[in-house]
Ligand binder design. Structure first.
Ligand SMILES: [Fe+2]
Ligand SMILES: [Fe+2]
Length: 255
């Protein structure tokens, strides 16, 4: 997961300031400025249908099953076998809400984005990845770089072009550590990477990572993660999921 699950501080332009990062470092990148200029309204309004029903009602399509088979080992790390398929289901909905995006790019990238966790020192995932100034923890950069290696290893054999693979890696590289999106596809991957945790399965897993009770975690989803979502479809989906999860888990009472 990408994990912007902890403290963020709003800036005057409404963008979250990520502790420990120079807020201007990537914002000045031409890709970031082009995306920002093309999408002045935030959260970005949907141009297609927005489905806010439970994600379990629309599991991901089967056409990427050969890709899943290629990364079974990587799904066994750090809850990826929950995080990745659930995030793909959300990503597919986001692609329907933003039909102008390259859906194949979004879908392949979300499947692979966290596979790098399987190739870093597992003991450091919790010790560095979820504590202190975790957003610039070295292990976060490492899991992004390792994820690009996985993409470059498995995608050629599945028929993906070199140009497509580079676009996948462009999104994987920085998905946790860069705070601005470079394209609509990048934005949809980022939002799908956050939306899975609004489902009760995501709440169960992610709250345990952060050592939080469900009521504390769901409060943080509302106050910290909803404002980070880039697209309006994601805001609608996350808001609907959070209401259902709060009711299901009785977080208003058990606190
Ligand atoms: Fe992720
Ligand atoms: Fe990640």
């Amino acid at each position: 997961m990408s994990t912007p699950d902890t403290q963020t501080q709003g800036t005057t332009d409404g963008a979250p300031a990520w502790p420990g990062q120079d807020p201007g470092s990537h914002a000045a990148d031409p890709r970031a400025t082009a995306f920002a200029a093309a999408h002045p309204v935030r959260p970005v309004p949907a141009t297609g249908p927005v489905d806010t029903s439970p994600a379990a009602l629309t599991p991901a399509a089967a056409d990427l099953d050969s890709l899943w088979k290629a990364v079974v080992q990587e799904t066994r790390a750090r809850g990826n076998d929950f995080h990745l398929p659930i995030s793909l289901a959300y990503a597919e909905r986001l692609c329907r809400a933003y039909p102008e995006a390259d859906a194949e790019l979004v879908r392949v990238t979300i499947v692979l984005h966290d596979t790098g966790w399987a190739h870093v020192d597992e003991a450091r995932i919790l010790s560095e990845g979820f504590t202190g100034d975790w957003r610039k923890a070295a292990i976060r950069y490492e899991h992004e770089a390792e994820g690009c290696k996985v993409a470059r290893r498995v995608l050629p054999g599945l028929g993906y072009s070199a140009a497509f693979i580079e676009r996948v890696c462009e999104i994987i590289d920085g998905h946790d550590t860069r705070h601005v999106a470079y394209s609509i596809e990048d934005a949809l991957v980022r939002d799908a990477d956050r939306l899975w945790r609004f489902d009760h399965a995501g709440i169960a897993l992610a709250s345990s990572w952060f050592g939080m009770t469900p009521d504390v975690y769901t409060d943080r989803l509302a106050t910290e993660i909803i404002p980070e979502l880039i697209t309006d479809a994601a805001v609608q989906m996350g808001t609907a999921d959070l209401a259902r999860s709060n009711a299901l888990l009785k977080t208003g009472v058990i606190r």
